[in-house]
Design a protein around this ligand. Structure first.
Ligand code: PLP
Length: 405
């Protein structure tokens, strides 16, 4: 008899980005020269001083259990960073360190949602939000922003989406998958709406905060509306900006009661993030951060290269995103076309599969992010790979146009 799975598992879908990456890996293992623009992580190595801090933690025996919400030095360094960047005084009691930002979000939603509680998720959105809301017993209320050229939520749409059952609004800036960055003015308009609805808390996922390309500027709701900070949970981490995805360190900074509940939950599940990784993250947060400017400059060049090339491809179009390392490409111009093999490309999923199977190029279908008719391309790959990927995409578009002629 197979082991029976819980009903809970019926509601949760596996990560689509991971599924596409896995398929690309499987084809690579068969010897195919696949280029993957699927990954949500930079191709940079973790900066050496950060790695050294991790190694020092091992050498010095700092390898035992730590406090559940994290080592005090790291919580203090995170509180200090929030003080600097957001102008908000947070104490260590208001900070929890988890095994990645993903666990922060899961802890927060599991600690606060009851059946029928609603969470507003503007879409396109990161695949995990609706799934974790469902896992926690809540209902994701998707606000479709795909028609807006910037893919952003508006204050009017927020006002309309709020009901008496709304518990959270999830804001992600810069956004995965769109790269959109909310301006201070847009956030101020959200704050005006939220002031009228005291029962709504805000989870503001700022994992890509350091990856904003001027003239765009990062802005945070908590900084713009400090009066709302008792109901804001800032989610951050080292994964993306410090090239530390595998270290698994993220944090939540919010009201002490919420942080305490999240720690209670974490104490009964994973206990705490790796002690070694916490010391490495301490170096990332409080040590020299010169690498951030280098990473940003490199990513920006790749963004410009990718957007310029896409602009010249028949059937595809995109806006130049202000942050993160993704471009959400409109591929509706390719829908309904026939491939050389005679298949009709009816959806973005068909297009993504065709690109992978016929052109050895892996991208993620926009449907995975509730953005059908789009493809998400990550430019966190080497410039060489990015150029080859663009050549393949161009060849694919040209081939479709030839078929149509
Ligand atoms: C918007 C967003 N939030 C959170 C995460 C998770 O970050 P971590 O690796 O720290 O769990 C990701 C990773 O893809 C993301 O894109």
């Amino acid at each position: 008899m197979p082991i029976r799975l819980s009903k809970r598992m019926d509601t949760v879908a596996p990560s689509a980005t991971k599924a596409m990456t896995a398929r690309a890996r499987a084809l690579k293992a068969q010897g195919r020269d696949i280029i993957a623009l699927t990954q949500g992580e930079p191709d940079f190595d973790t900066p050496a001083p950060i790695g050294k801090a991790g190694m020092a933690a091992i050498a010095e025996g700092r390898t035992r259990y730590t406090a559940v919400p994290g080592i005090p030095e790291l919580r203090q360094a995170i509180a200090d960073q929030i003080g600097r960047d957001h102008g908000l005084a947070r104490t260590t009691d208001e900070v929890i360190v988890c095994s990645g930002a993903k666990q922060v979000i899961a802890n927060a939603l599991l600690a606060t949602l009851d059946t029928d509680d609603e969470v507003i998720v503007p879409a396109p959105c990161w695949v995990t939000y609706p799934e974790v809301v469902k896992l926690a017993g809540g209902t994701p209320m998707i606000v479709d922003c795909t028609d807006s050229p910037t893919f952003k939520l508006t204050a009017e749409a927020l006002e309309t989406a709020i009901t008496s059952r709304t518990r959270w609004l999830i804001l992600n800036t810069p956004s995965n998958p769109t790269g959109a960055v909310y301006t201070a003015r847009e956030l101020a308009a959200f704050a005006d709406v939220l002031r009228e609805h005291e029962h709504v808390a805000v989870l503001t996922d700022e994992i890509y905060a350091e990856l904003v390309y001027p003239p765009a500027r990062f802005a945070s709701l908590a900084a713009i509306a400090p009066d709302l900070s008792p109901r804001i949970l800032i989610v951050g981490g080292v994964s993306k900006a410090h090239a530390m995805t595998g270290w698994r360190i993220g944090w939540g900074a919010g009201p002490a009661d919420l942080v305490k509940a999240m720690a209670t939950l974490q104490g009964q599940t994973t206990s705490h993030a790796s002690s070694i990784a916490q010391y490495a993250a301490l170096q990332a947060v409080s040590g020299d951060q010169g690498h951030l400017a280098d990473f940003r400059a490199t990513l920006r060049k790749r963004r410009d290269l990718l957007c310029e090339r896409i602009g010249a491809m028949p059937g595809l179009s995109c806006r130049v995103p202000d942050g993160a390392f993704y471009v959400l490409v409109d591929c509706t111009g390719l829908l309904g076309r026939r491939t050389v093999q005679g298949t009709e490309l009816g959806t973005d999923i068909d297009i993504a599969m065709w690109l992978l199977e016929q052109f050895d190029l892996a991208v993620v279908p926009g449907s995975s992010f509730l953005a059908p008719g789009h493809l998400r391309l990550s430019y966190a790959v080497s410039t060489d790979d990015l150029e080859h990927a663009c050549n393949r995409l161009q060849a694919a578009c040209d081939a479709l146009m030839r078929e149509a002629a």
